[in-house]
Each structure stands twice: as structure tokens, then as C-alpha cells.
Design a protein around this ligand. Structure first.
Ligand code: FPP
Length: 241
């Protein structure tokens, strides 16, 4: 089996904004602001390195449990980021795709997201997936409900349903599965992020806090990815023959 050494899709759990702020004696939101700068750097780094799809875990379904002022500040930051970055996405021909329970987000954000998705919908080469109000478990529940409805309406035959058919009901239906999942800040867990889609992804743990993440760190992850052997359940001997 030959696989490309450049991952088609890199998914990132951007962690460590709060700790970065604490280390610098700044409020947590300043860590998030610096985190938004790291997002811009990472988008450039991805394109520079030929990575066509990147998905960023920006807000999980569990993040609503954070203090209200932090949630509001994150939503504000996101809205401004989208406003400022739309011309850049267009210039770089990057399609924006939101994954998550869209309709539960504040309306101004939904409007901004719709605007960005629409304005970039024609681009086919590069995709930025933004995981917002995202959780793998809710994604699976939403998919199962939609499948049940489709089966009830006679649109699909449950006896014929396989994983490819199931996959068509996930939020990520029009993106390839991630080849590489990066988590920053040294934490070692997936936190309800793309659990099904990452079944065969390589995991890279960076000790850098997200606001310090840059092209050098991104390239380190790609270099390690290129050295990994992806066996998909086969033996090493089978791969080399
Ligand atoms: C995790 O760090 C980070 C988040 C929950 C939010 C991620 C948001 C950004 C990177 C900025 C805005 C995003 C975009 C797309 C503009 P944490 O706060 O849990 O850090 P900690 O574990 O050190 O407290």
C-alpha cells in the first residue's frame, strides 16, 4: 500500500491558551487572542507544506461549561476572526466548513459563518474545517437520528448500510478522514474530537502551548508523520512486499 507522505488532512486540538496566559501573567482571554494568531500562522504553514485540509477544534460542546465571561469572549473573538479573515480565505482560496451543532451558536456567529461558508464554497483545493459546538458523541447521535429518519422515509435501506453509508451522515461527510491529529500543550487525550474519523489517524503530541505553535512546530509534526508506518491492520511484512 502506498500512502502519501504529506497528510491530506491534519486535525488539531488547540490546547494550552489558558496556561500560556497564566505563565505570562495575563487574563485567559489574552491566551485565546494569541491562540487566534497561531490559527493564522497554522493556516499559512499548512498551505506552505501542501496540506489541503485542516480542521481546528475551536469550541467543544463541553466548552459551554466554562465561565460565562470566557464563553462570551471566545464567541466575540471568533466573530472578529471570521470578519477579518474572510478576505484572506478568499485570497488563499480556502473553503470554510463548519462542523458541529451550528444552530445552537449565537445568531451573529451563525450569520458570519454562513457568509464565510457561502463566499468560499466554490474553492475545492483547500478546506479549513472549524469545529464549533462540536463533540463526536453528539455528531454520532445526530447521524443516527438522520439515518433513522432516512430509513423511515424509505430513502435508505438499513440492511445495506455500511460504514461508508454511515459516514455520509457525519458533519465531516465531504472531507477526508484526518491522517494526522496534533494536540498541543502536552496533554494526551482526544477530548471527544473526531473519534470515528481518527480511527486510523496518527497522533502527534506537541508540548508547545497553542499560542506558541508555529510553522516550525507544524513541520516537526509532519516530519514525524512521514516517518510513521501506517499499517491499517496489516503486518509490516505485507506492506513491504
Ligand atoms: C483550549 O485551551 C482552547 C480552547 C478551548 C479554545 C480555542 C480557541 C482559540 C485557539 C482561539 C480562537 C479560535 C479561532 C478559530 C479564531 P484552554 O483554554 O483549555 O487552555 P488550558 O488548558 O491551558 O486552560
Amino acid at each position: 500500500m502506498t500512502v502519501s507522505k504529506i497528510p491530506q488532512h491534519v486535525a488539531i486540538i488547540m490546547d494550552g491558551n489558558g496556561r500560556w496566559a497564566q505563565q505570562h501573567g495575563l487574563p485567559r482571554i489574552e491566551g485565546h487572542r494569541r491562540g487566534a494568531e497561531a490559527v493564522k500562522r497554522t493556516l499559512k504553514a499548512a498551505q506552505n507544506n501542501g496540506v489541503k485540509n485542516i480542521t481546528l477544534y475551536a469550541f467543544s460542546v463541553e466548552n459551554w461549561n466554562r465561565p460565562e465571561n470566557e464563553v462570551n469572549a471566545l464567541m466575540d473573538l471568533l466573530e472578529k476572526f471570521l470578519q477579518n479573515q474572510l478576505p484572506e480565505l478568499i485570497k488563499r482560496q480556502i473553503r470554510l466548513r463548519v462542523i458541529g451543532r451550528y444552530s445552537e451558536l449565537p445568531e451573529p456567529i451563525q450569520d458570519q459563518l454562513h457568509k464565510c461558508e457561502e463566499a468560499t464554497s466554490e474553492f475545492t483545493e483547500y478546506t479549513l474545517g472549524l469545529a464549533l459546538n462540536y463533540g463526536s458523541r453528539t455528531e454520532v447521535v445526530d447521524a443516527v437520528k438522520a439515518i433513522a429518519q432516512a430509513a423511515h422515509a424509505g430513502v435508505i435501506d438499513l440492511n445495506e448500510l455500511d460504514y461508508e453509508g454511515f459516514r455520509a451522515y457525519l458533519y465531516t461527510r465531504d472531507m477526508p478522514d484526518p491522517d494526522l491529529v496534533i494536540r498541543t500543550s502536552g496533554e494526551c487525550r482526544l477530548s471527544n474530537f473526531l473519534l470515528l474519523q481518527s480511527a486510523y489517524a496518527e497522533i502527534y503530541l506537541s508540548t508547545v502551548l497553542w499560542p506558541d505553535f508555529d510553522e516550525t512546530e507544524f513541520t516537526k509534526a509532519l516530519t514525524e508523520y512521514a516517518a510513521r508506518e501506517r499499517r491499517y491492520g496489516r503486518t509490516a511484512e505485507q506492506l513491504s512486499s
